[in-house]
Design a protein around this ligand. Structure first.
Ligand SMILES: Cc1cc2nc3c(=O)[nH]c(=O)nc-3n(C[C@H](O)[C@H](O)[C@H](O)COP(=O)(O)OP(=O)(O)OC[C@H]3O[C@@H](n4cnc5c(N)ncnc54)[C@H](O)[C@@H]3O)c2cc1C
Ligand SMILES: O=C([O-])C1=[NH+]CCC1
Length: 337
């Protein structure tokens, strides 16, 4: 009987666990993680579909994984699932040279590059000096809602859960598994180990501002405003740092920058200050590795784009597993008997 372990209960690992267990109902699948929602990186994130801080991950992969995730979010939006909202996004640049049309522009709804008249209008409206910009329709989910639902879906499919901190990929706890899906995020730095995984520290505030119904990103200013279902996420920072303490200087930077864009935020009540460490890598690592008679499927290093790539990456992990099981037919057939 093929036995599968998925490491990591963040959005990346939960997606793989759900997809594998729902596809291979008769296989033993266990989700092993040191932390679960609400204590994963995703829980405090903005939950926005936007490729962001994903290093030099090949554009064709961002487009492939991003498109599948965008379609998944669109389907959830149509059925009201996971608190997914559809909303316009405005992305502004102060330096024209820094702007380029992203490869994924052709797969999102309503992509449009702002002309000089529009830029003049929005520069006045958001008190910026924008020389380039783009707008398109995107999705935002409520991360804790999605993470909770995925865990429920996994357990309803008879997936098993184990809270434990693994010391390495050779940890005795993994000895009994034929396949190990490594979705350990920043933990991969120590688990694999892979020193190409580094923390990109992000601080955000959550405020009550129900009148805001569009995403605004000032690329070079470093500030962004991301409405979620109940609160609005104000950001943001990105420092190579393991420090997860809220820094008052960053709070001031975030507040002053976002109030410049939307002065109405002056009166918004701050309900949460949060710091998370993006699992950043020069490129997302999603690949198989056969070693010591096991199949490892590595799926980590999604930087600022875990909620933009998760469903597409999970699909690719499933395809790698399907190829392996077909190749090792007897291994899978036995599990069918
Ligand atoms: C401020 C901020 C805002 C963000 N906003 C967005 C956004 O709007 N859109 C977007 O797409 N992305 C956003 N991101 C990025 C997104 O949050 C991450 O890309 C995503 O959460 C990574 O998911 P993950 O499952 O790989 O990692 P994690 O959520 O960190 O999960 C890793 C899991 O592995 C487990 N683990 C690690 N090591 C071990 C071990 N040794 N043994 C057992 N378990 C282990 C951990 O307990 C954890 O459960 C944001 C990030 C930050 C910090
Ligand atoms: O990582 C992050 O801060 C973000 N990712 C997408 C929008 C903001």
């Amino acid at each position: 009987m093929t036995k599968i372990a998925v490491i990591g209960a963040g959005v990346i690992g939960l997606t793989c666990a759900v997809k594998i267990k729902e596809t291979y109902k008769d296989l033993d699948v266990v989700l092993i993680s040191s932390e679960f929602s609400p204590n994963t990186t995703g829980d405090g994130s903005g939950g926005l579909w936007l490729p962001y801080l994903c290093g030099s991950t090949p554009y064709n992969l961002i487009e492939k994984w991003g498109a599948e995730t965008y379609r998944f979010l669109y389907e959830q939006w149509k059925t009201g699932g996971y608190g997914v909202c559809m909303l316009p996004l405005y992305y502004f640049y102060r330096t024209k040279e820094k702007f380029h049309t992203p490869e994924w522009a052709r797969m999102v709804f309503g992509y449009h590059e702002l002309d000089s008249k529009e830029l003049e209008h929005y520069s006045k409206l958001f008190s910026g000096k924008y020389t380039a910009g783009q707008t398109f329709t995107t999705f935002v989910c409520s991360p804790p809602t999605l993470l909770t639902h995925f865990l429920q879906r996994f357990e309803q499919a008879n997936g098993k859960v184990l809270q434990a901190k693994l010391t390495s990929l050779q940890d005795p706890l993994l000895a009994q598994y034929d396949v190990v899906v490594n979705c350990s995020g920043l933990g991969a730095r120590f688990l694999v180990p892979d020193d190409r995984v580094v923390p990109l520290r992000g601080q955000v505030l959550r405020v009550i501002a129900p009148w805001i119904n569009q995403v605004v990103i000032d690329e070079e200013g470093g500030n962004y405003i991301i409405p979620n279902a109940q609160t609005v996420v104000l950001g943001g920072t990105s420092q190579k740092d393991f420090n997860t303490e809220v820094d008052p200087k960053d709070t001031d930077f975030i507040l002053n920058g976002c109030k410049r864009i939307m002065p109405g935020l002056e009166r918004a009540e701050i309900v949460k200050r949060w710091v998370g460490l993006r699992p950043s890598r020069d490129a997302v690592r999603l690949e198989p590795e056969e070693k010591n008679g096991k199949l490892y499927i590595h799926n980590y290093g999604h930087g600022g784009s875990g909620f933009t790539l998760f469903w597409g990456c999970g699909e690719e992990v499933l395809q790698i597993l399907q190829t392996y099981l077909n190749k090792n037919h007897k291994l899978y057939i036995n599990s069918k008997l």
